[in-house]
Design a protein around this ligand. Structure first.
Ligand code: ACO
Length: 431
């Protein structure tokens, strides 16, 4: 009997089956042969929320949640955080290799060409209510891009696909900045291709129309934002990447697929968590109130936002990098007064049996919001920043899925728990 196999005995029939084990997995389809009789559909697995199911093969991001390891295309996140830029990391995540100097220059040049969006997109943004959440605006406007490019449906044409990739990476910051300026009642700023990717984004957000000839981003804040974007570029099969792959698997165009991924990110259990962290820190109000709040969390009244992760059962390596970077930002902006509350929360939680036994550590969202707020972003923009950075990862996941011969339209099975056949009852006969 081959060693890399699993023997399964079906006690209903007494039959034994042997299924191969490869890469630490068995194929769910290999279970289909296990039947009680000719009419039996065959055995399936039941895995709500994909707790133990690999849905794809991927060469993009590696995570070891127990050891707190994160790598993009083999490069440790710590090294990329120390030496790379977001644009270079986006290239790496999408194309699989670090670019040469010439490739990087070309990438930057081509992207800068795509910062601008069609003038009439402004009218679209104008249509939103003055207090519309910027994430809702981003989901809608990025989806609306689908209507502008006829070749967006030509997803198996590598040239057309590259166009959409450049457009998405180029235009998402512009749409994010439009959403921000709309919510502030400010006129939209045109992109400045002379600035870096992040510097241009900062200019579109904060350039004072009429008062500034050219926006000069603060280099410390520009680098900090770039670093945060690197840390958020991809995170393998999370909720939004799964949404991107699922929607993309129907061969929908990448704009509506990114809109779906962004919608998934919007939720408070995913990218919306850093917004919730700030709300929570404000609600706690002071260091003294931390023990009382922790007690309520342990009683199950609420969750400690920014804590816990489906995969990391150790300190999230991104949280560690952000925590260290926070100081350079606060040197420029002044300290965020909520930092003391956050540090106290972390200190108490990391020594409390409830959190220790459940392996609940700060995740990427615990500290990122504090930096964003110190930079001047309203909390409603936090998830938008996450979406901007994660666009690279969504694109990489989408492209990998499209080119994977084993992939088909994503279509899970169910265990039906409803009624068996019932005869229709006319409305006047219903009780
Ligand atoms: N605060 C308090 N208790 C928690 C927390 C938390 N933040 N997270 C998990 N737990 C507890 C659960 O109540 C559960 O306890 P029990 O075993 O006594 O019932 C146990 O830890 C396991 O929790 P699950 O919900 O099974 O863990 P899951 O892997 O499904 O959830 C998640 C992961 C959604 C991230 C969760 O930890 C959470 O809600 N955290 C807060 C929200 C957050 O910060 N999200 C951002 C995630 S990072 C990202 O998306 C970028």
């Amino acid at each position: 009997m081959p060693k890399d196999s699993l023997s399964i005995t079906d006690n209903r029939t007494g039959k034994t089956y042997e299924v191969p084990i490869a890469d630490g997995t068995i194929r769910a389809m290999d279970l289909r042969q296990i039947k009680t009789g000719a009419d039996d559909f065959g055995l399936m697995t039941y895995d709500p929320a994909f707790m133990n199911t690999a849905s794809c093969r991927s060469a993009i991001t590696f995570i070891d949640g127990d050891k707190g390891i994160l790598r993009y295309r083999g490069y440790p996140i710590e090294e990329l955080a120390a030496h790379s830029t977001y644009l270079e990391t986006a290239y790496l995540v999408i194309n699989g290799e670090l670019p040469t100097k010439a490739q990087l220059d070309e990438w930057q040049f081509q992207l800068a060409d795509h910062y601008i969006v069609h003038e009439n997109l402004k009218k679209f943004v104008d249509g939103f209510h003055y207090n519309a959440h910027p994430m809702g605006m981003l989901v809608s406007t990025v989806g609306a891009l689908s209507t502008y490019y006829e070749d967006s449906k030509d997803i198996f044409n590598p040239v057309a696909r590259q166009h959409q990739i450049l457009r998405l990476l180029g235009k998402v910051p512009t749409l994010a900045a439009y959403a921000y300026r709309h919510s502030r009642g400010l006129p939209y700023e045109y992109p400045d291709p002379r600035l870096s990717y992040v510097g241009n984004f900062m200019a579109m957000l904060w350039k004072r129309t009429g008062a500034e000839e050219r926006y000069a981003p603060n280099p410390v804040l520009e680098r900090a934002l770039d670093l945060l974007f690197i840390l958020h570029a991809d995170h393998e099969q999370n909720c939004s990447a799964n949404a991107m792959r699922a929607v993309g698997s129907s061969h929908a165009d990448p704009y509506v697929s990114v809109a779906a991924a962004a919608a998934a990110l919007y939720g408070p259990l995913h990218g919306g968590a850093n917004e919730e962290v700030l709300k929570m820190l404000r609600e706690i109000g002071s260091k003294d109130a931390v023990p009382g709040y922790i007690k309520r969390v342990k009683q199950g009244e609420m969750r400690l936002m920014g804590f816990g992760h489906r995969v990391y059962k150790n300190y999230d390596p991104r949280a560690k990098i952000i925590r260290e970077a926070a100081h350079s930002v606060f040197n420029v902006t002044g300290t965020n007064p909520l930092l003391d509350i956050a540090l106290e929360l972390e200190r108490i939680a990391l020594s409390d049996e409830y959190f220790v036994s459940r392996k609940l550590y700060p995740n990427v969202d615990f500290y990122s919001g504090l930096i964003y707020e110190a930079m001047g972003f309203p909390t409603s923009m936090f998830t938008v920043l996450f979406a901007l950075a994660r666009t690279a990862g969504w694109i990489a996941q989408w492209q990998e899925m499209l080119l994977d011969k084993e992939q088909k339209i994503a279509r899970p099975r169910q265990i039906f728990t409803g009624h068996a056949t019932r005869a229709y009852v006319p409305v006047d006969k219903r009780k």
